[in-house]
Design a protein. Sequence first.
Length: 202
Amino acid sequence: MKIAVAGTGYVGLSIATLLAQHNEVVAVDIVPEKVNMINRKSSPIKDKEIEEYLIQKKLNLKATLDAEEAYKGADFVVISILPGTFDEMESDVHVPEKYGIYQSVGDTSGPGGIIRALRTLPMIEYIAKCIKEFCPDAWVINYTNPMTLCVKTLYRVFPEIKAFGCCHEVFGTQKLLVSALEEICGIEVPHRNLIKVTPVGV
């Protein structure tokens, strides 16, 4: 099975290294230094587990700058990109605060979410076009925020796409509810998967 991973930040590279143990994984990024490091089995991210996996595990992992090489014939596509810098992300949250707008999450909704969408959606549109051209039957899992706008853009560009958004907060919410049921109500829940959560985009 071939899996394309768009973005080699922490989430993308973590997923790529895990999946590359049993699958062909081609990670695509726009930063040549990161691509070169990954292909030399060196992590562009300071993370002990990723570093160990790249060095010690037998991985079927290649990084590339070439979208066609990454997406062509892929069975699955994982999208985890972060257009912009951490300084820009910080301003997404703190600039609105100067005007009395406090956001619980600055990458998904409110003024911060809108600004992040303006940076992110052109890249999501490009990825959707690549999927349409090179792997139209692939299943697409998006981890990039603002989640609902990114997934909506994938479908706007390529209506036949098989895509869904996956946010780690769903799993975190399940774990929190399991803890609350045990600590507050005395109800033992053996696994978080028994808690059904229905995410709704706003």
